[in-house]
Design a binder for this molecule. Structure first.
Ligand code: NAP
Length: 292
């Protein structure tokens, strides 16, 4: 088991599913874990359960913010910077799938905002601290669902105003996770910070629960559920990328079952990755960084 004593880790969506298991494993290795959740009650319950699981009262700490709300992300990032003098690992784990189109308070399509724009903004706001703590790691939980987004990122309809299908938009958002990782790794070359993405497997979690997934999607999840991986097994690749000495210095890769794997061709397109970065900066209101 890698030793994570003295390291500080952020796990988004650490209150449930794979995020919870990732937080538990890293805390057990000795890390201080900042668990982010959008719901304070769920977050507090998770912190209590983590303390019980890991025997480390106070090792996990809650930060509440909503990735689908850009000002909430800014508040959350500020709180993290306030309480964490160093940031060794950021696991962008939180994500959602929505059967029906919804808009966030910022007027953005909710799946793209939650799964890509929120994590994009959070990462950028934490990046200076992550760089200063190097060698450090950024781990982005993507999905094999990116395979379905064979047309690539729909730059002419990023908010899915013309057509919306839950799994298609979800697949595009997971493609965005991989392209974001690619461009992030390129920008971080030589900085001592690595960035990798992953597919966790098909995992039995709260995914698509609470009425987020409806109709065929909800039915499919229910029927196939018993054959899915447990959250603990699903979290293995996230934990591996966050902690294993085997991947120290490895960057810009996509992992499945703790091994690098080539994602689909449209997830390896450096021009799309650069363009996505630029439009994302505009959408979240970050000043262009230059040096692209
Ligand atoms: N399950 C699978 O088969 C599978 C396959 C491939 C990839 N993935 C990816 O794995 C990651 C973890 O998902 P999971 O399967 O562990 O599902 P989960 O148990 O539903 O966990 C998702 C987490 O994201 C949080 N979240 C959702 N929307 C949020 C928002 N707007 N702001 C902040 N947090 C938000 C959820 O919070 P609440 O508890 O408040 O809802 C929850 O903590 C996701 O990125 C997903 O795309 C999952």
């Amino acid at each position: 088991m890698p030793d994570m004593q003295g390291k500080t880790v952020v796990v988004t969506g650490g209150n449930s599913g794979m995020g919870f298991e990732t937080a538990a494993a890293l805390a057990t290795m000795g890390a201080r874990v900042l668990v982010t959740a959008r719901n304070a009650d769920k977050g507090r319950a998770a912190i209590a359960a983590l303390a019980q699981r890991t025997g480390g009262e106070g090792r996990c700490q809650l930060v509440v913010f909503d990735l689908a709300d850009l000002s909430s992300v800014r508040r959350g990032a500020a709180e993290i910077l306030d309480v964490a003098p160093r940031l060794d690992v950021l696991v962008n784990n939180a994500g959602a799938v929505l059967s029906e189109r919804a808009e966030t308070v910022d007027g953005l399509e909710a799946t793209f905002a939650t799964n890509h724009l929120g994590p994009f903004l959070l990462t950028n706001l934490l990046l200076e601290r992550i760089r200063a703590s190097g060698p450090s790691r950024i781990v982005n939980v993507a999905s094999t669902a990116h395979a379905a987004a064979r047309q690539g990122i729909p730059f002419d309809d990023l908010q899915s105003e013309h057509r919306y299908a839950g799994m298609r938009v979800y697949g595009q958002s997971k493609l965005a996770n991989i392209l974001f990782t690619l461009e992030l790794a390129r920008r971080l070359e030589g900085s001592g910070v690595t960035a990798n993405s992953l597919h966790p497997g098909t995992v039995r979690t709260g995914y698509g629960a609470d009425g987020d997934a409806r109709g065929l999607l909800a039915f499919g999840i229910k029927i196939a559920g018993p054959f899915f991986l447990s959250p603990a097994k699903g979290a293995r690749t996230s934990i591996y990328l966050a902690s294993s000495p085997e991947v120290a210095g490895v960057s810009g890769e996509y992992f499945v079952k703790c091994r690098p794997k080539e994602p689909r061709r449209w997830a390896q397109d450096p021009d799309a990755a650069r363009r996505l970065w630029q439009v994302s900066e505009e959408l979240v209101g970050l000043a262009p960084q230059g040096g692209a």
